[in-house]
Design a protein around this ligand. Structure first.
Ligand SMILES: NC(=O)c1ccc[n+]([C@@H]2O[C@H](COP(=O)([O-])OP(=O)(O)OC[C@H]3O[C@@H](n4cnc5c(N)ncnc54)[C@H](OP(=O)(O)O)[C@@H]3O)[C@@H](O)[C@H]2O)c1
Length: 325
């Protein structure tokens, strides 16, 4: 399980901090990054998700600065595996994990990492299992308080659930990626393993603001990773080709309850799954994090809407998703 420093539950809406690395989501300046962190915290967010690779350490350093200057009590989850020497996937060796854990501790300016997650780890390394021994060792030594894995597929998630001591699984889960709801989430819930939901807005598609004509900046992965050229295809628009993803979002909009935005409904759809511990929508602009936290106050999405979204998913969406499911 993941907890606040006082031992309570973390906020069910957290903040994804990939955007704060300033290298994959267009320009996000230092001032903007600090505003986003402050705004999220003031809105009640007590869980930030980052990774050492986001901006080559910049996202972690910016969070470190925020924590230092604000004194905010936030649980910070980071990820290791994709950044620094000896490189991916050798970063999952015992020595490399230790070295990268120590580097993240320095950048965040903390005594120990609250939660470290294995990032984009090959399935065969999970199967081999030595990596988990290393994490238990670092936990016993006090360098990390808890550990988890960010997985690409349900199969990888189920594999991780066999490991004693696993605190969390990070998964892609939203109205355009419903598969984890069937087996993985209930099993994790029964076992007390936290579920952290990434891409809750399918890289922004489910905010409902793009059209088929929308383009993205040169330094934005939604420009250069649409077909998985740089990293896993599923991490950009959920693995759905952009124009189709926009069309699915438009279809979801047709069944919204009166007064609801698609973004509100998309977040509420996830929150309505009780096994979900926290959702980490990313924010590239001030205002977005506060807007997302507001979904906590909404009532559950009506069953009729959920049924319609389940039908659209099984009949049309699922077969268009590229990458592992
Ligand atoms: N392998 C991994 O472990 C992995 C991979 C991916 C992500 N993550 C983590 O998960 C987090 C979330 O995923 P994500 O950032 O990729 O996707 P996401 O949260 O689905 O989408 C984030 C984007 O949605 C838009 N958005 C957010 N709130 C909005 C609002 N209130 N109104 C309008 N638009 C809004 C913004 O788009 P614009 O920028 O266009 O405004 C924002 O950049 C990341 O930040 C990262 O921490 C982990």
């Amino acid at each position: 399980m993941i907890k606040t420093h006082e031992g309570g539950p973390v906020s069910r809406i957290g903040l994804g901090c990939w955007q704060l690395g300033d290298d994959c989501w267009g320009d996000v300046s230092e001032d903007t990054a600090q505003s986003i962190l402050r705004e999220a915290y003031e809105a009640g967010v007590t869980f930030f998700d980052t990774a050492d690779v986001y901006g080559g350490g910049l996202s972690e350093s910016r969070i470190g600065r925020f924590l230092r200057e604000s004194g905010a009590d936030v649980t910070v989850a980071t990820k290791i595996g994709r950044f620094g020497e000896p490189g991916w996937p050798l970063n999952f060796t015992r020595d490399a994990i230790r070295k990268h854990t120590e580097a993240s501790i320095q950048r965040l300016g903390v005594g120990a990492l609250d939660l470290v997650q294995l990032h984009c780890i090959p399935t065969e390394v999970l199967v081999q299992g030595e990596v988990f021994e290393t994490l238990r060792e670092l936990q016993t030594e006090g360098l990390i308080k808890a550990w988890g894995v960010s997985v690409e597929s349900v199969e990888e998630g189920l594999l991780c659930l066999t490991q004693p001591g696993l605190a969390s699984l990070q998964v892609i889960f939203n109205a355009l990626r419903q598969k984890p709801a069937h087996v993985l989430l209930p099993r994790a819930g029964q076992m007390g393993v936290a579920i952290i939901v990434r891409l809750p807005l399918a890289s922004g598609i489910l905010a409902g603001k793009y059209t088929a004509e929308t383009t993205f900046p040169a330094n934005d992965h939604r420009n250069w990773n649409q077909d998985g050229g740089a990293f896993h295809v599923g991490e950009t628009f959920n693995g759905i080709p952009f124009v189709e993803a926009v069309a699915f979002a438009d279809e979801l909009k047709t069944s919204l309850p009166e007064g609801w935005s698609l973004g509100d409904a998309a977040l509420r759809w996830i929150l309505d799954h009780e096994a979900v511990t926290t959702i980490i929508p990313g924010a590239s602009k001030p205002g977005q994090a506060t807007r997302n936290v507001a979904a906590l106050k909404l009532p559950s999405l009506p069953d009729s809407v959920k049924e319609g979204w389940a039908k659209l998913y099984s009949e049309q969406v699922e077969k268009t998703i590229r990458g592992n499911l």
